[in-house]
Design a protein around this ligand. Structure first.
Ligand SMILES: Cc1cc2nc3c(=O)[nH]c(=O)nc-3n(C[C@H](O)[C@H](O)[C@H](O)COP(=O)(O)OP(=O)(O)OC[C@H]3O[C@@H](n4cnc5c(N)ncnc54)[C@H](O)[C@@H]3O)c2cc1C
Length: 377
């Protein structure tokens, strides 16, 4: 089969790897507009269960990924200068660039051609020259726009602003920090992803953003402002920019996931708010699900249909949980009256997927402290 993939992110490369492993005769080409060492952002997180799926899919890349992992089991919530720790949550972090380099090396080893520095802007010919065309070209997918009449995308630009920095202050655990300022509330999502660096994503509502005056601030001024807001958390370390810009999260859904020989994967197909840290996991699991459907069906349209039928309910469930989490952060100021332990409890239960008894199983001491403080169930 001749397979053309637009986008050399986690979704596109992982799908290529799994298909090539299933049948070495597949002729697979990935077009990637960036070079192999360019990327946005800092680190990504995976849950324990994701890792088991990755091991099943490809032991070689799984071994390389886990060798570089920073693992933790705690979520830390910082509010009014007090840190509440909740154990029993298994997560790991890795630099996004490291993950991409591991997948690139694996593609090369398997004989998959990655054409770097090639931005696709014309699709008709490519589509007719291959048996399967995969749009793994991220949240602003060109392929999705080119075939909008078929996919019927639904894009919702969310009101909060966020900016993705790094820092050399190490956060040993998924740390959610809240700082109340005269301009409004800022929340930081941070975690260590290698021995020297943490991701530090800062989020605020549009009113806080306007009150702080970010609209007219230069990038270095905005960074200095935020270093001051989070001075006690950064412990003297600066925020590191990777061309970091304020953006609004875009919630992506598509009524149709496939048509004829074309399919979308990963962020091009769906997004889940970064507060549940599952964008990369979902992208790679999409790749596994699509590759799996080619094992059991004979024609491309049948395989694509099977992928959509089986995978859509899983994604809808994730998007529902991520949606609750996103709304919580969009309304974070309404929770600031809570005590630190009440806030930690509200955060842990925000998606509706983790209840009181689950939390008790994960961390009995946390629930005991919450109940002794008179927290409501
Ligand atoms: C602030 C923030 C924090 C996040 N934190 C996490 C986290 O902690 N954990 C997590 O798992 N996920 C996280 N994510 C999400 C994660 O980054 C994405 O969900 C994931 O990268 C999706 O993978 P993908 O392969 O679908 O798309 P991408 O990684 O976006 O890859 C798409 C690729 O396509 C290329 N491309 C685009 N258009 C073209 C074109 N026309 N021609 C050729 N190439 C093209 C791009 O250069 C890119 O390399 C976060 C996202 C954001 C914004």
């Amino acid at each position: 089969m001749k397979i053309t993939i637009i986008g050399g992110g986690p979704a596109g490369m992982y799908f290529a790897i799994l298909m090539k492993k299933a049948n070495a005769a597949h002729d697979i080409t990935i077009y990637e507009r960036n070079g192999p060492h360019d990327t946005f952002g800092w680190g990504v997180v995976f849950s324990g269960r994701t890792l088991a799926n990755l091991r099943e899919g490809d032991e070689v890349s799984h071994a390389a990924i886990t060798r570089d992992f920073q693992a933790w089991d705690n979520v830390d919530v910082v509010h009014r200068d007090e840190k509440i720790t909740i154990h029993g949550n298994s997560f790991s972090g890795i630099a996004r660039l490291r993950l991409l380099n591991i997948l690139q090396a694996r593609c090369e080893q398997l004989g998959i051609a990655i054409k770097f520095h090639q931005e696709i802007s014309e699709i008709t010919q490519l589509r007719h020259e291959c048996d399967l065309l995969v749009g793994a070209d991220g949240v602003n997918s060109f392929l999705r726009q080119a075939f909008a009449a078929n996919f019927k995308p639904d894009l919702s630009v969310r009101p909060n602003k966020y900016i993705w920095y790094g820092t050399h202050q190490l956060f040993h655990g998924l740390t959610l920090t809240f700082r109340e300022t005269p301009a409004g509330v800022f929340a930081a999502h941070s975690y260590k992803f290698d021995k020297q660096t943490s991701t530090f994503i800062i989020e605020c509502d549009s009113q806080t953003w306007a009150n702080a005056g970010f609209q007219t601030m230069r990038d270095d001024e905005a960074r200095a402002y935020l270093e001051n807001v989070f001075a006690r958390d950064l412990n003297g370390h600066s925020l590191l920019s990777n061309n970091s810009k304020w953006i609004n999260f875009v919630l992506v859904k598509n009524a149709n996931w496939t048509f004829e020989n074309v399919v979308l994967l990963g962020d091009a197909l769906h997004t889940a708010h970064f507060s549940i840290g599952s964008g990369t996991k979902l992208a790679m699991e999409d790749a596994s699900a699509l590759a799996e459907s080619f094992k059991t069906t004979r024609t491309v349209p049948q395989a694509l249909q099977e992928f959509e039928t089986k995978r859509k309910p899983v994604i809808e469930d994730y998007q529902a949980a991520a949606g609750e989490s996103m709304l919580w952060f969009e309304n974070a100021k309404d929770f600031m009256h809570l005590s630190p332990i009440e806030l930690a409890y509200a955060l842990m239960t925000r998606s509706g997927r983790v209840d009181h008894e689950t939390l008790r199983r994960r961390d009995p001491a946390f629930i005991e402290a919450y109940e002794s403080a008179g927290g409501a169930v």
